[in-house]
Every structure is written in structure tokens, then in C-alpha cells.
Design a protein around this ligand. Sequence first.
Ligand code: TYD
Ligand code: MG
Length: 464
Amino acid sequence: MSKAKVKTAFFCQECGVETAKWAGQCPSCKAWNTIVEEVISSAKPQNEEIQAKNWKNLKSGIHAEAILLDEIISGDEFRYLTPDSEFNRCVGGGLMVGSITLIAGDPGIGKSTLFLQIALQWKEFKILYISGEESAQQIKMRADRIGIKNPNLFLLTEADHQKIFKEINKIKPQFIIVDSIQTMSSPFIESAPGSVSQVKACTAEWQKFAKQTQIPVIVIGHITKEGSIAGPKVLEHMVDTVLQFEGDRHFAYRMLRTLKNRFGSTSEMGIYEMMADGLQAVSNPSEILISQYEEAFSGMAIAASIEGTRPLLIEVQALVTQSVYGTPQRTTTGFDNKRLQLLLAVLDKKGGFQFGMRDVFLNITGGLKVEDPALDLGIVAALISSYEDQSLPEKMCFIGEVGLSGEVRSVQRLEQRVLEAVKLGMRFIFIPKASKTIPRFEDNSIYIIPIQKIEELYHKLFNK
Ligand code: TYD
Ligand code: MG
């Protein structure tokens, strides 16, 4: 074999951009010292030859020739229902045939546990779990901890793609999990595993494999400190679905969130609890997210959010204190800091408050991250409550977006939120007056309170 000319390219390890030459600062993401030269050899034709040979026994799902769209017989879209209903919902109602799904998350959050668990529970298919990170013993220990046995589950601790595809050809699995893409290495790319070119090349191979063989592939990837996947967004466009597994390490709850989905909605979310024997799906999230204190505290309010298709009651905690330093602090956990600043500005201007001289801390309990604008009213209520140092009455819930003029704007799927609130025992439910329909209840212990402006909220809460 003649030695191929060594070909190199420069990649930003942060955002994945390819540059012509080395630079101190990345021209795209502006990060410093992230451009690295990576060796890539030009062995492409050979690569494809080997892949074609390796995969030849597996049935083909894509066509090399152009065909008329009209001639394609449309079948029902075929989805596999895995034993994990939270996961099924996140991927749009089941795992699509021939799809490639990327699972991103911080190290240690529980990605390997979740997918080993799904593999152990799913007994009707031949599954291959490929790990480039851990030894067979380590994985066996984790499986013992989960405590499920699956005679159809194969384990392969290997990181070399060439060997992996050979093994796949032998075993002929129907579902594949790759843990993690940062450890995999394609023999055709010479740079180290985990480098941008290597991660990209490996993902491309899995993508092609999934499309050609119609075997669904799950690819696990770590996110970097900055929160991007495999360094960057480079992988997101190569896969069909991107799920992020997240959660506060100090809490037992973990959220599986859909960031991209070619086959379904992107606002889905699954909630799990990390137990001693693996992850347990949480089917009634509202109940666990609301604390059941006997006594009410100032600065606490309950808001009704929608995460994906599910309504979710969320507890918001605010602490407003006199500022010690010149510039007041605004600290948030689980909520957008800019949005908080906006709400504070509206409260200052429209409600006559003086948050400008106070530090504000805001926390969404349970380690949850939320973006639903309908939480605004609950946040405003928590802020006012802490400002006044008066607790809100029990069984009170808030729904509404707050606009720049202090108006309470209508929200999506109001009825679903109100029903969830009532189901969880809420009795005083604030909703936007601008809502098209105001839900009504026969039970006259339930008060639906429509409000138009945040000024009204203050008067209604404290009768002042
Ligand atoms: P892991 O799946 O190894 O994380 P990742 O693959 O995302 O890096 O999860 C590691 C954490 O999960 C570890 O801190 C131990 C904890 N854990 C449990 O609490 N219960 C369990 O049953 C298992 C298997 C792990
Ligand atoms: Mg892992």
C-alpha cells in the first residue's frame, strides 16, 4: 500500500469550524487557543469500500439512483416502542426506523445508566451496546445494580470503528447504542479520538450505517464546559434527533429534553429520578415539584407551566434583600437571568417597586430549567411576596406572561394548565384576563381570578 500524503486541517475544538491556517482566536466563536491542527488522511474511497463490504449483508434503506417521489410506496412511518415511555415521548412517540439519535449531557449525569437500562429492559430485540469508555466489568456492575437480565443484549468494549463494524456484521443487532462518540475512532482519520474531525467522521459513519441498514442508532456524547455538544454544534445537523439529558447533580431528578427532532415536536421533556437501582420515570411530576410545607413562606409561589405536551406545576422561590454593594445582584437558578431583569424593570416602572436597590435571587425548585413565558406571573408573585416579606395564601397558582407594559398576556393551553392546578389541589388560580375562554368550575371552592395588569396583582394579593 502506498503511503497516503498526510493531509491536515485546522479545527476549532469549541465550535468545530474549519480554518485554513492556525490562529490564536477562532474566527467564528471568538474563543482563544482553541484552533488545533488535526491530521486527516485522504483515504475516502477505501473507507467507503470497506463500509460497503461490512454492511453488504444488511438490507439497504437508501437508493443510489434518483427515483420519482410518486413511485415510492408510502408505508406507515414505522416506530419502535421502547420499554421507556418517557424516552418514546421525547423522540416523538417511538424510535424511528433507521434513525440516529444523539444523547448529549454532562459527564456523570446518567446517560450510560439510562441507555443500559433501556437495553436491559428491551428483550424482544437483539441489542448491541458498544462502550469505548468502560470495561466489561464496569458495565456488568452497573447492570447488576439495575438488576435486570436480558439474554439478547450484547456488549462490545471497543473504540475502533473498523472492528466494531466487523462485529456488527457478525452479530447483526437490531438496535445499537454507542457510548460515547468522543471515544470512538475511525481508522481513516488520524487525529485523536474526541477531536472535532474524528467525532464528525465517526458520527457520519453511524449516520450512513443507520440510513443504509434501517437500524436505529443511539449515539451518546458528552457536552463541554460551555454546554455545547462534542465541542460544538457540529454533530447536531448530522443526526435526526438530539436529546439533552440534564439535571442538577445535587438533585435526584433528571430531565430528558428534545432539542431537535426530524420526526416530532421539539418541546418534549421526560423526567426521571435517579434511584439506587437506576432511573425511574416520574409519571406525576407536578406532585414532586411542589413542596408540601405546613407553613407558608414569603417569596414562594406556584406557577403552571407546560413542558412539551404535559402540564407541570412548578414552585418558584425568590429572595429580595437590601443591596450591600453598589450594583445589585441578580442571581437565577433554572431561569433566564435576562428575563428576570426584564420582569424587575416592569415591576419598578409599573408597580412602583424599588428593585434597583435590592439584590434578587430566584430559584426554580427541583433543579429544573424552564423557559415557558407563562411562568412570568408566578415569578412576579414570588418577587412581590419576598419584597413585602409576606407569604402568599396557600393553594394559590399563577398563570400568565407579563408584557413590557405590565400587561398580563394570554398563554397557550390555559385550560390544561388550570386543570392540572385544580387536580393538585389549587384553589385560587390567577389567569390572564385576555384569555379567549375563562375556564369555569361547578365546585365553588375554586376561584379563577382573571387579571389584566401586574398592578392589580399586588392589590389582589395583599388587599392594599
Ligand atoms: P452514568 O450513567 O455513568 O453517567 P454518564 O454516562 O452520563 O457519565 O451515571 C453515573 C452516576 O449515576 C453515578 O454518579 C452513580 C449514579 N447511579 C445511581 O445513582 N444509581 C444507579 O443505579 C446507577 C447505575 C448509577
Ligand atoms: Mg457514561
